[in-house]
Design a protein around this ligand. Structure first.
Ligand code: HEC
Length: 141
């Protein structure tokens, strides 16, 4: 009967639509911004452009505590990092090596807040964030 064949085709097609929708939802993880726009955001907030060399020093130095940013993200953040305490793998933080880095404003804010507290015992200033972004955006170019 033709209706049977039709309905199984139809079912296949709708499964494909669902699979595509799931893939899109999974890969999108709310990409609402870009690393360049985040650099712009923090530069504007601090009133000065980010400085890549200052960002490099900031990223690789300790600030009175046990860890630097590089303790988890590595000195060359082009490669995957490793959590200094748990050993868990961390995606590369340099945009050139990780297209998803700095593409989700809420995620950027959440991790800056958490990691700056761990490393500096306070939140990073807008100027420090602009410097870090200038440094990371400059890598691999
Ligand atoms: C104790 C380990 C640790 C330290 C130290 C650390 N981070 Fe992180 N950071 C993480 C983890 C874990 C993530 C989440 C990455 C993932 O899911 O793969 C992250 C993510 C981030 C993100 C989000 C990037 C994105 O995907 O958009 C930013 C920004 C960030 N860290 C900045 C910093 C800065 C700046 C410092 C230094 C002040 C720092 N981190 C120090 C563990 C650390």
């Amino acid at each position: 009967m033709m209706s049977r064949r039709f309905s199984s085709r139809f079912r296949q097609a709708s499964l494909a639509v669902v699979a595509i929708a799931l893939l899109v939802a999974a890969s999108a993880h709310a990409a609402d911004t870009s690393a360049a726009r985040q650099l712009e955001r923090f530069s504007t907030a601090s009133g000065a452009p980010g400085d890549a060399e200052r960002g490099r020093l900031f990223f690789t130095s300790r600030h009175g505590g046990e860890w630097s940013c590089a303790s988890c993200h590595r000195d060359a953040p082009l490669t995957a990092g490793k959590h200094a305490k748990t050993g868990k793998t961390i995606d590369p933080i340099a945009p050139v090596a990780n297209a998803a880095a700095f593409t989700d404003t809420a995620r950027v804010d959440k991790w800056f807040r958490r990691n700056c507290k761990d490393v500096l015992g306070r939140e990073c200033s807008a100027g420090e964030k602009a410097d870090v972004l200038a440094y990371l955006l400059g890598l691999g170019r």
